[in-house]
Design a protein around this ligand. Structure first.
Ligand code: LLP
Length: 418
């Protein structure tokens, strides 16, 4: 099971350590729930993804985990940011990213986002029929066009984006029209963008999309005399959240995506594009572990409930996508797992179940549970349901710990009340 955890995870005696620090000691000092992010894992994954695209570019899908310290760290690794709101843009700017280190997304960009993109000189990915005009009016210089090529990815319906009828992107004829309009308006049309879905567990949908993308670009050349210099292939690489999950290595997928695009462009007689990728989950997912404290334990006929001090407010993915997680008893990691239990959250609804079944050493109040593969789309989607403040996040490395997101307090929540 340790393979679901970050590179630095180890079990010393019976205790889990992360980044050279005892998990129980981290929880004692920083409270729970606590998101622990392993710096070495983030850096190693970022490097592997960057190497996979050669002279292309990698932009972190900020939505997976918007955090200034993280964006700064990724910047040191040569990774920019894909931002999809004025808020995410502000996070990226606070991390020192601007211009060519950014790519701006959104199926309904507001004036603040377009003006912000123009102010920092960031390329904008056009995603609506009137957006070339809106971008030009806002003073944006460079644009890409997001095209939807009718490929159904094999992933949860809520995170499938490349199919006909998707709310994202434009079908080929409308995308071609917006390229023409962008050129007329004097915008620098740099290239094309596709994103077929998230948590992809194989390469099939991406491969098919990229082949269709090359043919779309060839069509633009034939009809408009315009050739895309950039092929932005989006993100989507899946990770393993549970021992039964499968997912190829993200860097291998990234390499395959870049290679398929290069070959596709050659086959269409097009010049080689610059490859861009926007991985989110695969950069931070496995680097993050959430620590929870066990409270009540109820042994009922047929089911044992182990309740923790968080739940759907810090990780709504089980409810939203039927996501499966697992857990390790962090201070009893070498004890025999002798009971199969359900891990419940502390929220006021029956659906607030973090893990349906997991085998643990007979749980008791005060145990610490470590849930791996929770770096992506957990903190990012956290809420204040039941008036619960959002968790803290720490970055760990070689025995050092740094708080990179302070724990929210009830006072923070009350401050917004009138
Ligand atoms: N680029 C674009 C345009 C995107 O829409 C996304 C994700 C990404 C890149 C990054 O995709 P990734 O590499 O992380 O799969 N909340 C959902 C995931 C939503 C993904 C949204 N777009 C979840 O928890 O599974």
């Amino acid at each position: 099971m340790l393979d679901l955890f970050p590179d630095s995870a180890a079990i010393d005696g019976s205790r889990l350590s992360l980044g050279g620090l005892d998990a129980e000691a981290l929880a004692d000092k920083h409270g729970t729930p606590l998101v622990v992010l392993c710096e070495d894992t983030v850096r190693a994954t970022a490097r592997a993804l960057r190497e996979a695209v050669g002279d292309g570019r990698v932009f972190f899908g900020t939505k997976a985990l918007p955090n200034v310290a993280l964006l700064r760290l990724l910047r040191e690794e040569g990774i920019g940011a894909d931002v999809a709101s004025a808020g995410e843009l502000a996070f990226a700017r606070a991390a020192g990213l601007e211009g060519a280190d950014l790519v701006v997304h959104g199926n309904n960009k507001d004036a603040a986002l377009l003006a912000g993109a123009a102010a920092v000189g960031a390329p904008v990915v056009l995603d609506a029929p009137d957006e070339a005009q809106l971008a030009a009016d806002a003073g944006v210089g460079q644009v890409l066009v997001r095209v939807t090529l009718g490929v159904d990815a094999d992933t949860h319906e809520a995170i499938r984006t490349g199919h006909h009828g998707s709310k994202f992107g434009l079908p080929p004829d409308q995308a071609r029209a917006i390229v023409a309009e962008a050129l007329d308006l004097g915008l620098e049309a740099m290239g094309v963008h596709v994103h077929v879905g998230s948590q992809l567990e194989d390469f099939d949908a991406q491969a098919e999309t990229i082949v269709r993308l090359a043919s779309f670009v060839a069509g633009c050349r034939d009809e408009l005399g315009w050739v895309a210099q950039v092929a932005d292939l989006g993100g989507g690489f899946g990770i393993r959240h549970h021992p039964a999950d499968r997912a190829p290595d993200a860097a291998e997928l990234a390499h395959a995506a870049a290679r398929t695009a290069r070959l596709g462009f050659v086959e269409e007689g097009l010049p080689q594009p610059e490859i861009w990728l926007e991985p989110g989950r695969s950069v931070v997912g496995r680097a993050g572990v959430t620590l929870y404290r066990v409270g009540s334990v109820k042994r009922l006929p047929g089911r044992t409930w182990v309740a923790v001090d968080g739940g759907m407010s810090d990780n709504p993915r089980p409810q939203l996508y039927g996501a499966r997680y697992t857990a390790l008893s962090a201070a009893r990691a070498s004890e025999a797992v002798d009971e199969v239990v359900s891990v419940a959250g502390m929220h006021c609804e029956s659906g607030d179940v973090l893990i349906d079944d997991v085998a643990l050493p007979s749980p008791r109040r005060g145990d610490l549970l470590a849930v791996p593969a929770t770096g992506a789309y957990t903190m990012a989607m956290a809420s204040n349901y039941n008036g619960v403040p959002r968790p803290a996040m720490v970055l760990v490395r070689d025995g050092d710990v740094r708080v990179i997101r302070a724990r929210e307090t009830v006072e923070d929540l009350l401050r917004q009340e009138r």
